[in-house]
Design a protein around this ligand. Structure first.
Ligand code: ADP
Ligand code: ZN
Length: 660
């Protein structure tokens, strides 16, 4: 498998810090419904045990009648529907068990014969006064109360989620108020999105100093829409705006509005704005507005439609209702600006739109630096290299890398985070933890080694391709191994030569398997997918085919409603479709052939790389260069490293578990 920036970024788990920001601290009183169930069950069991200890034996009516007839019982007490008493000496000598018994009977059935039975058999009996009605009532009501209580804890608390958890406060908004003095976020913490920062600077100025703006009578923007992929710092920027201006920060997510009950969303909106006005100047942050602000009537949207519309209307009404004295700025975030209702983006509403894009190389380095300040870095740790090796990573991904690297360094008892920790963290954030412990079938390992060696060879030998970063046959996530490229800059443009080189690198894995292993494997699946995607794009979108010429054959993805109603139609003839297929095939075949020739001419080199991979598992660009130049590698093998590690753990001093 090869790695290029064209690949879609995987959304990693957000770092713990962030998660902490988003969830408010729970109320200290948080006994779950199951705890209560356990307590009730425990009580029942306790009562049963106590009864057993008392040694009262429950017997059936028929048994009781037998005992009476056999003169096993001298006297009993009748109370309500139960008879209690003790067996006499005769009975005790004959039967095991405790001396006391209890019989439950139905007064309407057995009750009629009870009197007669006891008298005929000379059993003395006294009738205890019936239980008070009060206790009977309790006996009936208590189970109901318990049931209701359980339901309450299971549902009501979950619904409300917040402190108190009262059923009455359904309509109350669920936003979190961030007061001024709480962990303040400033522009210092936001990196790599300079343009966005500049654009919101004006609004911060307004929050800080509204008088200045009122003097000239200009209309202040009331709503700012932050548009960008997840994890790029929209929430962070909104928080920083509040932090810079030193005002409170309210945040609520669009999905909070769309609840179970119609009308709740709208009332939450009103509540939120009311509170905001009371706290003005302040900043309201609406996360994921697309959950409510979707184009009305667009597409087949199922239930909750009315609810959304009502909520949206409430927001619009509130925003229109601001007067010049309300210093409330509403910041909304979305990653799908194209599906937002136009009513939201009209002047006076969210008319200021700020794009928060994925960071570029420089931005990534800056974000890494911001987060690296919080941890101990080795002086020679190479953040520049990490920034280069992370195209398409979001700010959240980068924050996660720094965090993971610190964890990894801690687990191995290092003084500070080194470049190797950063590398490992990067791979882990993107592809999951290395599965070093997985027992790999020897044959599988050999195939993987040759496959990756093929990628590596072609990647390093083709001038047009990105330089090699490293190659590894340690399985990670779903993959058996990987070859990484290290682009010098982010590519915003793909040349035809670059694409052709890319295709050759993709095919090299499969070709190497074929040539050296006498068999082919499914490991080439993602390579083939990627190659096909590039080839199709070259021809359909980028007009790189001579035969078909510079015509776009892509379905028109204009952002009109059409998109939501019907699948896009093909806009060319059957014949052109055939030609397209032929062209894709031609480009594919051509690059496959070229790659094969290149590998054939460098068979020994590939063999050497594969052997080195089997020995060392991971090779970096320098290692590969040594091999390609005909040299021999001289570094400890995986086996040596493991032995060294083992020796370390065998030492008497206690050592924490090793983690990689
Ligand atoms: P979004 O709201 O766009 O989904 P967040 O603002 O919640 O993303 O970002 C999540 C985390 O990622 C932040 O708390 C921060 O730690 C990190 N992060 C994202 N973008 C940046 C950035 N530009 N500068 C610094 N840290 C960032
Ligand atoms: Zn591959």
């Amino acid at each position: 498998m090869t790695n290029y920036q064209k690949e879609k970024p995987v959304q990693p788990p957000r770092d713990a810090q962030n998660r902490k920001d988003k969830k408010p601290s729970l109320p200290s009183y948080k006994r779950g419904p199951f705890t209560w169930l356990l307590i009730v069950a425990g009580l029942f069991i306790l009562i049963m045990i106590v009864q057993k200890l008392q040694g009262v034996e429950e017997i059936f009516w028929t048994e009781f009648v037998e005992h009476v007839k056999n003169s096993h019982i001298d006297s009993v007490t009748v109370k309500d529907t139960e008879i209690t008493g003790e067996f006499n000496e005769t009975a005790r000598s004959q039967r095991e068990g405790s001396g006391s018994f209890v019989v439950y009977f139905n007064p309407d059935v057995q009750g009629r014969t009870l009197d007669k039975l006891l008298q005929e058999n000379n059993v003395k009996y006294n009738i205890a006064p019936p239980r008070m009605w009060f206790w009977n009532l309790i006996g009936m009501i208590l189970p109901i109360i318990i049931l209701v209580g359980i339901f309450y804890f299971m549902f009501a608390r979950n619904l409300r989620g917040g402190a108190g958890g009262m059923l009455m406060s359904f309509g109350r908004s669920r936003h979190k108020l961030q007061s001024k003095d709480r962990a303040k976020v400033t522009f210092e913490d936001v990196a790599g999105i300079e343009e966005a920062k500049e654009e919101v600077a004006e609004i911060i100025e307004f929050l800080k100093n509204p008088k200045k703006f009122q003097r000239l009578g200009g209309r202040i923007p009331r709503g700012v829409l932050l548009i960008g992929p997840p994890g790029c710092g929209k929430t962070l920027l909104a928080k920083a705006m509040a932090g810079q201006a030193d005002v409170p920060f309210f945040s609520i997510s669009g999905s909070d509005f769309v609840e179970m009950f119609v009308g709740v969303g709208a009332s939450r909106v009103r509540d939120l704005f009311k509170q905001a006005k009371e706290n003005s100047p302040c900043n309201i942050f609406l996360d994921a507005v697309d959950a409510i602000g979707r184009k009305r009537g667009a597409g087949f949207v199922g239930g909750g439609h009315d609810e959304r519309e009502q909520t949206l209307n409430a927001i619009l009404v509130e925003m229109d209702g601001f007067d010049t004295n309300d210093q409330v700025i509403v910041v909304a975030a979305t990653n799908r600006a194209d599906i937002l209702d136009h009513a939201l983006t009209r002047p006076g509403r969210f008319d200021r739109q700020v794009v928060v894009p994925l960071p570029d190389l420089k931005g990534r380095l800056e974000i890494l630096n911001v987060h690296a300040k919080k941890i101990k870095m080795a002086p020679d740790a190479d953040l520049q290299k990490v920034a280069r090796g992370t195209p398409m990573f979001s700010g959240a991904d980068l924050a996660a890398i720094i965090n993971e690297s610190a964890l990894a360094a801690t687990m191995t008892n290092k003084e500070h985070v080194e470049t190797s920790d950063l590398e490992e963290a990067r791979d882990k954030v993107r592809w999951g933890r290395a599965r070093k412990s997985r027992v790999i079938d020897e044959k599988e390992k050999v195939i993987t080694a040759y496959h990756e060696a093929g990628h590596t060879l072609v990647q390093s030998m083709l001038e047009e391709a990105d330089p090699l970063h490293k190659v590894s046959i340690i399985p990670r996530g779903p993959m058996g191994g990987a070859t990484f490229a290290l682009p010098e800059k982010d590519r915003t443009m793909f040349t035809k030569r670059y694409c052709m080189a890319l295709l050759q690198v993709c095919f090299a894995g499969r070709i190497a398997e074929e040539m050296f292993c006498d068999d082919i494997s499914s490991g080439a699946q993602s390579d083939i997918q990627q190659a096909t995607r590039i080839a199709r794009q070259m021809i359909l979108t980028w007009g790189m085919s001579k035969t078909l010429g510079p015509i776009s054959y892509e379905p028109d993805t204009g952002l009109d409603n059409k998109l939501y109603f019907m699948p896009s139609e093909r806009e060319y003839s059957e014949k052109t479709a055939e030609e397209i297929d032929n062209e894709v095939k031609r480009v594919t075949d051509e690059t496959y052939k070229k790659a094969k020739e290149l590998i054939e001419a460098n068979k020994e080199k590939l063999e050497k790389i594969a052997k080195a991979l089997l020995k060392y598992e991971t090779l970096d660009a320098d290692d590969v260069k040594v091999i390609l130049d005909g040299g021999d590698l001289d570094k400890p093998t995986v086996g040596d490293l493991l032995a060294a590690e083992q020796a370390k753990t065998d030492q008497p001093e206690p050592q924490e578990e090793q983690q990689q």
